[in-house]
Design a protein around this ligand. Sequence first.
Ligand SMILES: Cc1cc2nc3c(=O)[nH]c(=O)nc-3n(C[C@H](O)[C@H](O)[C@H](O)COP(=O)(O)OP(=O)(O)OC[C@H]3O[C@@H](n4cnc5c(N)ncnc54)[C@H](O)[C@@H]3O)c2cc1C
Length: 383
Amino acid sequence: MASSVPRAQVLGAGPTGALAALALAQAGWQVQLDDPLSAAELFQRSRAYALTHSSRELLEHLDLWRPLAAHLVPFRTLELCDRATGDQLPFRAADLPQQACSADPAVGWILQHTPLMEVLLAAVAQRPAIEAQLGHGPQRRPGMDLVVAADGHRSPCRRAAGLRQWSRPYRQGCLTVQVGLRGSAPDQAWELFRPEGPFAVLPLGGDAFQLVWSAPLERLRRLEQLEPVAFLEALSTALPERLQPEVLLDQPRAFPVALELAWPLRRGPVVLVGEAAHRSHPVGGQGLNLCWRDVQELGQLAALVSAGRLAARRLPGRYARRRWPDILLVLLATDALVRLFSNRQPLLLPLRRLALAALARSGWLRRLCLGAMTLGPCRLLPR
Ligand SMILES: Cc1cc2nc3c(=O)[nH]c(=O)nc-3n(C[C@H](O)[C@H](O)[C@H](O)COP(=O)(O)OP(=O)(O)OC[C@H]3O[C@@H](n4cnc5c(N)ncnc54)[C@H](O)[C@@H]3O)c2cc1C
């Protein structure tokens, strides 16, 4: 078993790679973290992530929850609305399963990309076990026990390792924009199921909200080009009457969305984590949380190696086996949600009404659904 300090190279210092480096260092590994982007470039994204309780647990374990606390915007209600049937259902913190109870009873938290990356890279700089090389063309380093490919959905490392990727683009794309909005409480989030695609409204503090608007990509590209006044007009027709957009806070950006899965998740010492391994539709805000559950598993296995309870060469295989169920279930569930709700099919409408009515009536069902969303579906299975 491991006689010297195990060594890992992490390729990619985005939200997944930076966190993976911290998790490996916490587990007692020596880590080399590489990204072609400089720290300033890594900070520069106008994006906000919806964090679930599985992400909270990992950030707490890595002592990052407290430094991030000032930037986290909790939402205590998630309003689910089926715009085709007019049905609405609130999920509240009281619907969380026991395993998701925390000091702060929130359904989830919204966190902007820039403060997240500032906190992660500041923590990286403080860990003597991590050597970060940012802003240089990264190269594979010899003699590593583990190579973590966290280099995003195009993953040059995955391609170099000869790992395949299955990809199915959605007809829907996604447009993200931050706006000032009236009509929603500052601790309320919305998932609106519209026939053209799901639409998330996420609180950023005060009257500011991040919108994640799914619709046919060509339509979003046209919306992206509109002048602010015309864009706000189009937006108000897409939102329920009570949500009134008032001002644009950043530039709307449309991008394609795809269902992607790499196969297998490892080769030799290389393991795929985050979007290098999988990508899902943004519905339900699962993407980054699923990426971070890869990191959680990696950190736990790395700690076993440090403790001499697992040979470093066995880590990639065990990681790949353990990550399959969670990844597959989340990709399938998000895909099913998009298919079920992005239409006005007369045969599906009664089914949708029935599903929302059952959820409204049964606290057990609400706990099950919210638990699967916030902790990952596998945490609810008996061990
Ligand atoms: C346009 C866009 C908008 C999005 N908006 C949202 C949103 O509003 N909310 C949300 O929750 N999610 C959003 N997402 C998804 C979210 O960004 C991802 O879930 C998240 O970024 C995944 O993190 P990651 O670290 O796995 O990959 P990435 O963030 O893609 O990071 C990959 C890193 O690898 C680096 N890299 C590339 N090549 C190499 C190499 N050869 N060697 C080493 N490093 C390399 C890159 O420079 C990058 O820093 C969006 C995605 C896109 C594309």
